[in-house]
Design a protein around this ligand. Structure first.
Ligand SMILES: Cc1cc2nc3c(=O)[nH]c(=O)nc-3n(C[C@H](O)[C@H](O)[C@H](O)COP(=O)(O)OP(=O)(O)OC[C@H]3O[C@@H](n4cnc5c(N)ncnc54)[C@H](O)[C@@H]3O)c2cc1C
Length: 447
C-alpha cells in the first residue's frame, strides 16, 4: 500500500447521490472523503450527458424535493448555469430543470470544499476490506499507486452498488427472473437547431407528438422537451429498438440533448458487455444525427456538438436493503414513518427487450415516500447506499433512479452516516427521528 487516508465517512462515487451525501456528511462536522473514478464529479449528469433533471415536483406542481438539491439549483441559477424549474413541454412530468453541466461540475466543487470534504478523483475503488460484518477500508487504484481509505461508516453511491458487491453484501440486478436491466443510452448534443421551426411544426402537427404534449401552451412557455416525430421515425425504420424521437432543449437556444439511442441485452457491470455497448451506442449516435438532419424540420443546419464521455447506465446492481420499495408503494403514493425523501416522478421503465416505455402514475397526493430502510444494507453494519443503487424492486427503481431523487437519498445517506459515526451505532440503529430532524434543518422535504 502506498498511502493510507483516515476518515469518518467514506462516500464511493461522485455522482448526484455521492455529491449530496458527501456535502451532507461534511456539514455534520465529520471527516468525509468522496471518491470518484472520473476526473470530475457529476456521474451520469456530466459523464453520460444526462439532461435535464426531472423532477423536483409532483404532477400537480407541488415541490417535493428540496434540501441540498435545491441549493445546487439556486446556486446554478446565480451562476447563470440554469433557468430553474421549467414546465415540461413533453408533458410527462410537471417540471424539468435544465442545467449547464460544466458550470455544475465546478460549482459543486465549491460546495464540497465549503463542507470540508476531501475529494479524490481519478480513483477507482476495486477492493473492500470487510471483517466481522463491517467495512474497515476501501482501496483505490490511481496514478500514485494503491491507497487505502479507512473509515467508520461507508456510503455506496457508485450507481452499480460496487461497494456493497465488493464487501460481500447481498445485491440484486435487473428484473426478477431473467435479471435483464433497462437499456443503456449514449446521449449526444446538437447545436444549430432552429427550435422556433420545431415549435411551429409541433403546433401544426399535434398528432405527431406525445398525447400529453401541452400543444395549446407551446407559444406561451419555453420549449423544454419534445417527444414524438412518430411519422418520420416510423418511415426511417432505423435499427434502434424504440418507438419515437425524444430530445430536450438548451442550455443554449440552438442546442438539444438527444435521448434516443438504445442498447439492450448487455450488462453494465461486465466489461466485455460495456465495451460492446460503448461501440454500439456511438454508432447509433451517428445514425440518429444523420436521420435528424435529413428528416426533422428545424435540424437542417444542425450538427453533433458533443457525445457522452461514457454510455448512460440506467440500471445495474442495487443493494438488498432492510426494505425493498415496490411499484405498489409508488403508485399508491404510500407514506412511511421512516421517510427520508419523497418523489413525484412516475414509474418509467424503458423496456429491457421491447421498443417502448411503460409508465405508471402516482396516486394520492402525487408523491411517494422513500423509507430510510431502503438505504441500509443487509449483513454489513456500517454500509448505506443512495441514488440509483438503493433497495427497490426493478419497477420501483424506474422512478427512484431519477437525478433529483438520487440527490435527496444522497443527502439522507450522508446525514445518516455522520450520525451513525457520531453516536457509534450501526446504520440500522440510527435514530430515525434525529435523522429526520437533521434533514429538516437542511431544508429537506419530508411531508
Ligand atoms: C440514459 C439515461 C437517461 C436518463 N435520463 C434522466 C433524465 O432525463 N433526468 C434525470 O433526472 N435523470 C435521468 N437519468 C437518471 C440519472 O441520470 C441517474 O440515475 C443518476 O445519475 C444516478 O445517480 P447516482 O449518483 O446514483 O449514480 P451515477 O450518476 O451513476 O454516479 C455514480 C458515480 O460513481 C462513480 N463510480 C462508479 N463506480 C465507482 C468505483 N468503483 N470507484 C469510484 N467511483 C465509481 C461513477 O464514475 C459516477 O460518477 C437517466 C439515466 C440514464 C442512464
Amino acid at each position: 500500500m502506498n498511502q493510507t487516508i483516515e476518515a469518518d465517512v467514506v462516500v464511493v462515487g461522485g455522482g448526484p447521490a455521492g455529491i449530496n451525501a458527501a456535502i451532507a456528511a461534511g456539514r455534520q462536522g465529520v471527516r468525509t472523503v468522496l471518491i470518484e473514478r472520473h476526473g470530475f464529479v457529476g456521474g451520469m449528469s456530466t459523464a453520460a450527458s444526462v439532461y435535464p433533471w426531472m423532477t423536483f415536483h409532483t404532477e400537480q406542481g407541488e415541490q417535493v424535493i428540496q434540501g441540498i438539491a435545491q441549493e445546487i439549483v439556486d446556486r446554478l441559477m446565480q451562476a447563470g448555469g440554469s433557468p430553474g424549474h421549467l414546465r415540461d413541454t413533453v408533458g410527462f412530468v410537471h417540471t424539468v430543470t435544465p442545467y449547464h453541466a460544466d458550470i455544475f461540475k465546478v460549482l459543486v466543487l465549491d460546495m464540497l470544499k465549503e463542507a470540508g470534504v476531501q475529494l479524490l478523483v481519478h480513483s477507482f475503488v476495486d477492493r473492500v476490506i470487510a471483517e466481522d460484518g463491517r467495512i474497515r477500508a476501501v482501496e483505490i487504484t490511481g496514478k500514485s499507486g494503491r491507497i487505502a481509505i479507512r473509515g467508520s461508516v461507508f456510503v455506496d453511491t457508485s450507481g452499480d452498488a460496487d461497494l456493497a458487491y465488493l464487501s460481500g453484501a447481498p445485491v440484486f440486478k435487473g428484473r426478477d427472473g431473467d435479471h435483464r436491466t433497462q437499456p443503456m443510452t449514449m446521449k449526444f448534443r446538437m447545436r444549430g437547431v432552429d427550435l422556433g421551426r420545431v415549435r411551429r411544426y409541433m403546433i401544426e402537427n399535434p398528432d405527431n407528438f406525445y398525447r400529453k404534449t401541452p400543444i395549446a401552451e407551446l407559444d406561451k412557455i419555453p420549449l423544454t422537451g419534445v417527444q414524438g416525430f412518430y411519422s418520420q421515425w416510423k418511415e426511417a425504420n432505423l435499427p434502434i429498438n424504440r418507438d419515437q424521437v425524444l430530445f430536450f432543449t438548451g442550455p443554449a437556444d440552438d442546442e438539444v440533448l438527444v435521448n434516443c439511442t438504445r442498447v439492450q441485452g448487455l450488462d453494465a457491470t461486465n466489461v466485455l458487455d460495456l465495451t460492446q455497448a460503448e461501440e454500439e451506442g456511438r454508432r447509433q449516435v451517428l445514425m440518429m444525427a444523420e436521420f435528424m438532419q435529413k428528416k426533422l424540420p428545424g435540424f437542417e443546419r444542425a450538427s453533433i456538438s458533443s457525445v457522452g464521455t461514457q454510455i448512460g447506465v440506467r440500471e445495474s446492481r442495487r443493494i438488498d436493503g432492510l426494505y425493498h420499495l415496490t411499484i405498489e408503494d409508488v403508485v399508491e403514493g404510500r407514506k412511511f414513518d421512516d421517510v427520508i425523501a419523497r418523489s413525484g416522478y412516475p414509474v418509467d421503465i424503458h423496456d429491457p427487450t421491447g421498443k417502448g416505455v411503460k409508465a405508471a402514475w402516482i396516486g394520492g397526493d402525487g408523491a411517494y415516500d422513500i423509507p430510510y430502510r431502503c438505504l441500509v444494507a443487509k449483513e454489513i453494519d456500517n454500509l448505506l447506499a443512495a441514488g440509483r443503487c438503493i433497495s427497490t424492486t426493478h419497477e420501483a427503481l424506474a422512478t427512484t433512479r431519477l437525478t433529483p431523487s438520487c440527490m435527496a437519498t444522497g443527502q439522507a445517506a450522508g446525514t445518516a452516516a455522520a450520525l451513525a459515526h457520531k453516536r457509534s451505532v450501526r446504520a440500522a440503529d440510527v435514530d430515525v427521528a434525529e435523522l429526520q430532524a437533521e434533514l429538516l434543518k437542511e431544508n429537506a422535504c419530508l411531508r
